[in-house]
Design a binder for this molecule. Structure first.
Ligand code: ATP
Ligand code: MG
Length: 259
């Protein structure tokens, strides 16, 4: 029997509201739909991925908050979603306080990496949704990952802060995780009818060249509506443009990770 270790992918950009959570949830959904065993780790105290999948944070006995404090094992907080092959490690707002506690820990940078080791064999992909900051949580995400995906919103200031993010990535590579790779850059909320979107995408391509995914995610109201129904857009409206784009994107991720 061949044991396959999970590909670990951190979805990150310290800029807020660029589509990290939307991408984490929908990429996970379509990878699972394609028969990959997927774990989505919600590493953002805002817990948008958790609530976007219909999980009530107040009902949770334990979550990533306890995992990051070493007070619970990851396997014990993982929930099955209503979708086949798609598990979730949910979070609570208290993860923000936990981060302060973590800062005092000796091995504070490798808490997540160690936690993931215990479930590596159970999944084909582990997707990490990270907060809009270059905080200790985000650094934990980068150190635990094989790849980063950088979503950029095709709006003004799309590349603002990107240099800083690449610096953090370089630091993580040098100090802790030499094999970390940028899997690609995903243009989100793209509107081909506006010249701004088109210009920004051209600028992003100039900067990142073939690192930019072929698929762009269109601005699509169904994508924004789905979380309030507690489901990914692929389940909410599988014929929507947003669902189609995330399906194509998941295929591209499979290609680039050799699956
Ligand atoms: N393709 C899209 N079309 C329309 N709305 C979108 C699309 N992608 C994301 N949105 C909406 O934009 C907002 C920000 O998206 P999202 O929460 O995924 O960003 P984020 O980077 O995770 O934000 P944060 O930095 O706060 O964690 C949300 O309201 C989401 O529903
Ligand atoms: Mg988010």
């Amino acid at each position: 029997m061949v044991i396959v270790m999970a590909r670990v992918i951190c979805i990150t950009n310290q800029k807020g509201g660029v589509g990290k959570t939307t991408t984490s949830v929908n990429l996970s959904y379509f990878l699972a739909k394609d028969k990959n065993r997927v774990l989505l780790v919600d590493l953002d105290p805002q817990g948008n991925a958790t609530s976007g999948l219909g999980v009530q944070k107040t009902d949770l006995d334990a979550s990533m908050t306890e995992v990051m404090l070493g007070a619970a094992a990851l396997v014990d907080v993982v929930l099955q979603t209503s979708f086949k092959n798609f598990d979730l490690a949910p979070t609570t707002p208290q993860l923000a306080n936990a981060e302060v506690e973590m800062a005092k820990m000796k091995q504070k940078f490798v808490v997540l990496k160690k936690a993931l080791m215990s479930v590596q064999d159970n999944y084909d992909y582990i997707i990490i949704d990270s907060p809009p900051s270059l905080s200790l949580l985000t650094v934990n995400g980068m150190i635990a990952s094989d790849y980063l995906i950088l979503p950029v919103q095709t709006e003004f200031y799309a590349l603002e802060g990107v240099a800083q993010l690449l610096e953090s990535m370089a630091m993580v590579k040098k100090a802790m995780n030499p094999d970390l790779k940028l899997l690609g850059v995903l243009a989100t909320m793209y509107d081909k009818r506006t010249s701004l979107s088109v210009e920004v995408l051209a600028e992003v391509k100039k900067y990142f060249k073939d690192k930019v995914f072929r698929t762009t995610i269109p601005r699509n109201v169904r994508v924004a509506e789905a979380p309030s129904h507690g489901v990914p857009v692929g389940d909410y409206d599988k014929f929507s443009k947003g669902a189609k784009a995330y399906r194509d994107f998941a295929r591209e991720v499979e290609e680039r990770t050799g699956r």
